[in-house]
Structure formats: C-alpha cells, structure tokens
Design a protein around this ligand. Sequence first.
Ligand code: ADP
Ligand code: MG
Length: 594
Amino acid sequence: MKDIIQILPENVSNQIAAGEVVQRPASLIKELVENSIDASSDKIEIYLNDSGKKSIKVVDNGIGMSKNDLMICFQRHATSKITESKDLFHINSKGFRGEALSSIAAVSNLEIVSRRKIDKLGHKLKIKAGKIQSDEKVVTSVGTYVLVKNLFFNVPARRNFLKSDTVELRHIINEFQRIAIAHSEINFTLNQKSSEIFNLHKTTIHKRISNIFGKKIEENLLPIKEKTSFVKLKGYVIKPEVSKKTRGMQFLFVNNRFIKNNFLFHAINKAYEGLLPEKYYPGFFIFLEVDPSSIDVNIHPNKIEVRFEDDQSLYSILISTIKHSLGIFQVLPTIDFENQSSFEIPYSKRRERPVFPKIDLDKTFNPFKPESSKYHSKISNKSDTLYKEVGSSNLIDSKLINEIFNEDNNKIFQIMNSYLITSTRNSLLIIDQERAHQRIIYEELMKKITKPDNVSQKLVFPVSFIMNDAQKLIFVNLKNTLVEIGFRLEVEEKFKLKIVGIPSICTEGHASKIIEDLFDEFNNDFEIKSFSYADLIAKSISKSTSIKKGTLLAKEEQRNIINNLFDCKEKLLSPFQKKIFFSISKSELKNKFL
Ligand code: ADP
Ligand code: MG
C-alpha cells in the first residue's frame, strides 16, 4: 500500500495556527497592539469597521521595519524578539512566537505599511491569504500600520461563528481595556467608523483606570503595595461594598501582561473572605513584577496563562497584602453595621416615600372570569411572542389558581423574611417573595414596551450619572427602549446623564442603582441570548429593584405581592426561569402524618 503521511503545505499549517491565535476580531487587537508596544510606540490608534469584521486598522509611531524585515514579518516563526532557545526564559517582550502576523495573513486580506526613522520612504505590502499581492515604496510617517480586511473570508466556518457587532465590540473593548490599563504610559484611541469610543492620554495607572471606568471609581480604589525578594506587587483593590456580581473588574498583570491564573485568583478571593455577600466578586487591578526567568509564558498560544516558579509564596503574599490594605481602610466595621441596621425594618418604612407597590390593583381580578380577557387583549400578538418563554403556564394547576381567587384567603404569613405562605381550601402555597416581585416588575415593564403609555414618574430629586466612554456607547444603544418603558433622561455636557423620570413601578431611591446595574449588565460580556434589549433591560431592572430575600414585609405588602403575582401572565417562573412557588396539597400533608 502507498505511504500516507505527508507534511502539510505552509498555507494549511498557517491556517491551523490561525485557529489558535486568531479567534475573533478582539484577538487581532491583542496581537497587533502588542506588536506596536513591542516596537516602542507611545501612540497607538485603532480604527474599526463593523466591530472589526469588515476591517481593523492599528496605527503606531514605533520603530518601524526595514524593507527586508517587512518582506518576511508575516512568515511563520518570523520574529525579531528571540534568537535562541535560552531567550525563551527571559521574555521581556509581549510577542516571541512569530505566529501572529502569519496567522492573521493566512485568514484575511492584509496591508502593512512601515517606515523606520532612518529611511526617507516607507514600504507598503499587500497580502491575500498569505500570498504577496503587491509591494511598493510609499510616503508615510515613521512607524507601522496594519490594516486587516475581511477576516476569515476564506474560512466560512469561522466567519459564521462570529457574533453580533455588539458582542464582538464588547470583546474588543475588554481586550483594549486590559492593554490600556497595563500601559498607561501610552496614548491610545479606539474608534468605530467615525465615532470615538476611547481617547486615552498617557497618565498614571490610577488616572487611566478612572479614565476608562469613570471618575466615580476613584473613591473606591484602595492602593496595595508590597516588595519582597522575588516579587514587586502594586495596584488597587476595589472596596468590598461596591463589589459586583460579575467578574468584569478583575485585572491581574504579570510584568505588564494581562493573565488569568485560578490559583492566584483564589488567593485574592480568600483575602476578601467574609467581606462579600454570596455571588459577589472582588474587583482589582493588581500588577506583579517578577524576574522573567521565574515564569513560563510559553504554555498557551495567546499567552494569557503563565506558569510561576514559586506560586505558593505569591499566594500568601497576595493574601496578606490585600488583607492589609482592606484592613487599613477599615472596611469591615461599616459593612457589619449596615447589615445589622437594615435587618428588621419593613421594606416600605425604609424608603423615603413608601410607594411600593405602584401597580394598579384590580382586587376582583380573576383570570378565569370572562371579563379578564380585557387584561389579556391589552397585550398584542407581538407581545405574545415576546412573552414566549420556556412554556410553563401549563404546569400551573388552574384549579389551584381558581381557589386562591375565589376564596377569601385572609391568612398570609411571611417566614424567614423571605417566603410568603398562604393556604387555600385544599393546599398550602409557599412563595419566594424576591422571585415573585421580579416577575411582577418584569411583566409590568414588558407591558409598557408592547403598549407604551408614556407614563413616567417624575423624580423629586433628579439623579446624575457621569458616563465613561464605554457606558456612553451602551447608553446610545439602549436609550430608545429606556424611554419607551418610562425613563426620562437628559444628557448634559456629553457624558453627564441626568435621570429625571423613572417607570412608575420603580421606587425613587432605586433610580441610580437601576442605571448602574444596567451598565454593568451590558458591560460584562453580556452575550445577547434573548430576543431584544427590552427583555434584557426588563430583566436587569427586575433584578436590581425587586424586594430581596431577608426583607421584612408589612401585611399589605405581602398581600400585594400575592395578588400581583397572580395578575401575571407567567406565574410559576421568574424572568430568570426560576420557580416562584410550590404547593403542597391537603392529601400530601395528610400523608406526612400517617
Ligand atoms: P512576534 O511578535 O511573536 O515576534 P509577529 O508575527 O507578531 O511575531 O510579528 C513578527 C515580527 O514583525 C515581529 O517580531 C517584529 O519584528 C515585526 N513587527 C510586527 N509588528 C510590528 C510593528 N507594529 N512595528 C514594528 N515591527 C513589527
Ligand atoms: Mg506579535
């Protein structure tokens, strides 16, 4: 039989390598910007078209390349950064594998223009799927620009795998932020078509963080600093009381390289132990500086994972440094105090204005009486598809609902400040108050979207919010939907968002939290899984403004929750598809006492 093994042609092996290095437009940003940093640039500009799917251009003012270097820079294993294997243990540059440009060239149309200071003219190279198309002398400024067009044009499977422009842009912004925070000594801009997303001037790390995330973060940054024989540690941790339910604010750098390392993350979490509520994550910007020979960055193609020689010691140093910083600033007592003082006060008494609940309640409402169709017909066909969530209404026992509405079930109890218990002739009902309230808010907001009524609750004290560039972008996308559901918003001085009205279902005291949570939600890799912004916004608001578990409710509030829940189209599941209540039938109860 014939021999069957062959060495793959270079274009095929480059495409395979590209699979590891280039996953999406954001990977190009990482690789190209890292090359610009390695070339000692202090000004790097990024231009996107269609979130990088159509084109990405990275322009720098670095050292540039000679004509000969330019002619080979896009070949596999072409690098100026290491020459022999022992160099692998002293990596000071971002790159060293010589794979990025060859991988990118294999799956796109590439244009590279470069000029060194000592050359009068620069050179321009056009490459398509790894092959040179043209090569010419050009007038250009010192530095390099790389233009990548039609990413994955020759790998349809990859191209189809790309997500919506919003999602890809989110990934790009995440990648951009990681690099920009690690290199506050460099000027960066990020532009999409004609609009500027970020324009960051060289500055301190502290200022760079606030330029990216908004001035408000400054007061919540606690500095950390430590120096031992093998590591220098500096940066900031975020005060526990403003921590988030997402991991979006976790930045760990080693020798100015953004990394992920679960072992060290564990140390950081440990330092925050006892300071964070369940499911909240610490926020941090931590810079470790170690001898390059004590780490191995060559364990992952895009170098986001790093192996440490002595991670045990690093682990303990991280814990003690962070704890020290959290301790110095006396974070513990405030948190304890707040928890206790807010515990036994009924929800309504804690607000400036006891407006809960704002829903007009039809006490005689019964979904099974013929006139109830009024309520349902208010919601158009469009909304029926909007409401099409995991089909579940059929799970609910219609007899049970009938009972609840037809009986005068006076008896409602709240237990553990979290669950409402009521009974009917034939069963016992246990309701999760937080999930029930989420469902009520969600449906109320969705109703407004399908049938806008222009009703808004004017705020007695308007709330202002300073947006950063990323938030501004999110705001532009969400604005119309927010107005439809009852927000009244004014933008002053380009970045100052003033909230003057909120949906009537929301409580005045919640105004700024709603907006902050919304920005967070959309800021953190929020993949668009649902069908519309409206759904996402309604979910986010239902989460941030619902009555939480652990909240004591007055009798009237307990009753309102139960009544309003049974006004909802979907009664059994929260907007997040969690069970709202369950029932125990009389016969089940009887069985318990056999
Ligand atoms: P690596 O960065 O791992 O060396 P790349 O494929 O990313 O591999 O780049 C190959 C080489 O091209 C680099 O080593 C560098 O010499 C040169 N190069 C790439 N981008 C630039 C740039 N923006 N300015 C100057 N030289 C560059
Ligand atoms: Mg590189």
